[in-house]
Design a protein around this ligand. Structure first.
Ligand SMILES: [Fe+2]
Length: 343
């Protein structure tokens, strides 16, 4: 049985680092889209899997009715605080947190959302970010940490795809397959991350690490739909792949949420090595009749409530991606040799 400590939230990063240095295996849990008004038994299942780190992947609460008010968001967090299993996870598992549109405060929102400063403050307070936390002194919530040392370093990067994100182009006729709400817009002035976050990301990717888990609420590799995805800003999507190539960053695995579906994606063309992405979305409500074309998708769609696990196994030199349902049953599993995650 793995060691398990109950630790104060302010010590979570340190705890994670100690764990990774001493173990042959390291486990991340990740999930998104948890409606505070719905029962959340899935946290007990996640706790039973004993993750070393958890990523709250956005839509951690739902508070995006317009006109938006901070009171609406504070009420949502107050209700979420009563989810006892989620609170138990926050007390006992190191975690990082990123928002998506519904806890940002505006459905599909981006740079234009006027309430983002107040919403950021509310998230940082709910998740007990210490006063010294890096996000408190810069725009947005992007953040990173490296867990472990030497040849066993795991880098966790959370991208903020809301704070600076330019408006996306809409089709003349919405609702058609592949252009349900948005269409690709190659305008060079449009951005997903904003320049400061791009520079920060490049610096992060230049740090030594064997495995890098990059979380983006918005899907990166998925191409078969017209909802939010990096492909709506194709120059930015390519810039991300080019940045991974230019920095010679090895070990990149993409993680995402937002969609109320789960799936595995893989893209080999144009990348320095095949890139993998695991989308896990729908802790409390999944899209039961989702259907979409699957360029780059290498699994069936998961249409029930679920969460994701990333298991790094240093002894076997492999990484396993897995989606599991509320009862802890495995729905999708992909095992990637670490040697396949380098050019
Ligand atoms: Fe959601």
């Amino acid at each position: 049985m793995k060691r398990r400590h109950v630790i104060p939230a302010t010590a979570v990063a340190l705890h994670a680092a100690v764990n990774a240095q001493t173990a042959d295996t390291w486990r991340l849990s990740v999930g998104s889209c948890a409606n505070q008004k719905i029962a959340q038994p899935i946290w007990q299942t996640i706790l039973a899997d004993r993750p070393d780190l958890h990523i709250f992947g956005g839509d951690n609460v739902y508070a995006s009715d317009q006109p938006w008010s901070l009171a609406q968001l504070q009420d949502a967090y107050a209700l979420a605080a009563k989810q006892t299993s989620m609170a138990q996870l926050m007390r006992s598992v190191p975690y990082m947190a990123m928002w998506d549109d519904h806890d940002y405060g505006m459905n599909d929102g981006g740079v234009e959302f006027a309430g983002k400063q107040a919403a950021k403050q509310a998230l940082q307070d709910f998740f007990k970010f210490p006063a010294s936390h890096a996000t408190r002194s810069r725009d947005g919530l992007y953040d990173a940490q490296i867990i472990g040392t030497g040849e066993r370093r795991i880098q966790i990067i959370l991208l903020d795809t809301r704070w600076h994100r330019s408006p996306m182009a809409r089709p003349l006729i919405p609702g058609l397959p592949g252009q349900e709400r948005y269409i690709p817009d190659p305008s060079p002035e449009k951005t997903m991350l904003g320049e400061a976050q791009w520079q920060w990301l490049e610096a992060q990717l230049n740090m030594p690490a064997q495995i890098r888990l990059i979380y983006s609420g918005i899907q990166v590799l998925a191409e078969g739909h017209g909802w939010e995805r990096w492909g709506n800003l194709p120059r930015e999507r390519q810039r991300l792949i080019d940045t991974i190539a230019r920095t010679k960053a090895q070990g990149v695995i993409l993680l995402s949420g937002d969609r109320h579906i789960g799936a595995m994606y893989r893209e080999a063309s144009g990348a320095p090595y095949p890139l993998w992405e695991m989308t896990s979305s729908g802790l409390t409500h999944a899209w039961a009749n989702a259907s979409e074309a699957g360029p780059n998708r290498v699994s069936d769609l998961v249409r029930v409530n679920h969460y994701g696990l990333v298991d790094v196994n240093w002894a076997k030199n492999e990484v396993q991606l897995q989606l599991k349902d509320t009862q802890g049953r495995s729905l999708q599993t992909t095992t990637i040799p670490m040697k396949d995650l380098r050019a």
